[in-house]
Write a protein that binds this ligand. Structure first.
Ligand SMILES: CC(C)(COP(=O)(O)OP(=O)(O)OC[C@H]1O[C@@H](n2cnc3c(N)ncnc32)[C@H](O)[C@@H]1OP(=O)(O)O)[C@@H](O)C(=O)NCCC(=O)NCCS
Length: 195
């Protein structure tokens, strides 16, 4: 499969415990509720989460439109396989020349620290390199957001540096820029590391 094939039918990704699937308007309330917890919002910037049900519905609608019409971003809802409960969101976006992309994610606080986001990230990295044939995947994480930096490291990302006082909407934070390259990924696979 090549880059453009990832935009033909919505790609559903299954891992051991999770299903990454598209979000629908039935998910809007759950999606809104995650962000009522301050800690989930803390490192996201004020434009990155919905404040009411209308914004939540609009976000889901926009994301699906961007995928199907503009072919620019894939936004998955992360659901538990066992119960189909929606627990998080995962985006791969900002594609440059069908070769580079960025990932971003968030999860409901009651599900933190179970390894779920690392599991989702590893699966999307695999999808990005093995299916979309990307060259580089990058991510940013505020330097105070140790959980996010840890998730990225566990999935094989390397810290390239710090973006000083990066813009988070209403505030500026020192922010790690991190990446994994196609060659890192495949050499880790060859060496049997779990990325
Ligand atoms: C970042 C986030 C997605 C992590 O999801 P998660 O499912 O809890 O991640 P995992 O369980 O796979 O891994 C978290 C790791 O961080 C560690 N961790 C958690 N809080 C930490 C802290 N304050 N300091 C250091 N490490 C921390 C956990 O122990 C775990 O590492 P381990 O497996 O070695 O024990 C989740 O915290 C979140 O949604 N945060 C709010 C939104 C956000 O910040 N998104 C990312 C923006 S860049």
């Amino acid at each position: 499969m090549a880059f453009k094939d990832a935009f033909k039918t919505f790609p559903i990704i299954e891992t051991k415990r999770l299903i990454l699937r598209s979000m629908s308007k039935d998910d809007a309330l759950t999606y809104l509720q995650w962000f009522s917890t301050k800690e989930v919002r803390e490192f996201l910037g004020s434009l990155a989460y919905p404040k009411n049900i209308e914004e939540s519905l609009r976000f889901i609608d926009n994301m699906n439109g961007i995928y199907f019409t503009k072919k620019r971003t894939i936004c998955w809802g992360i659901a538990l396989k066992e119960s189909n409960e929606l627990i998080g969101r995962f985006e791969i976006c900002r594609f440059i020349r069908q070769s580079m992309a960025e990932v971003a994610y968030s999860m409901a606080k009651e599900h933190w620290n179970n390894g779920y986001m690392t599991e989702a990230l590893r699966a999307v990295v695999k999808f990005g390199f093995e299916i979309m044939d990307l060259h580089r995947i990058e991510a940013t994480a505020a330097t105070e957001n140790e959980a996010s930096a840890k998730v990225l490291h566990k999935a094989g990302f390397i810290t390239e540096g710090i973006l000083r006082k990066y813009n988070y909407g209403n505030e500026f934070r020192d922010t790690y820029i991190m990446s994994i390259l196609n060659e890192d990924y495949f050499s880790n696979v060859v060496n049997g590391q779990n990325v």
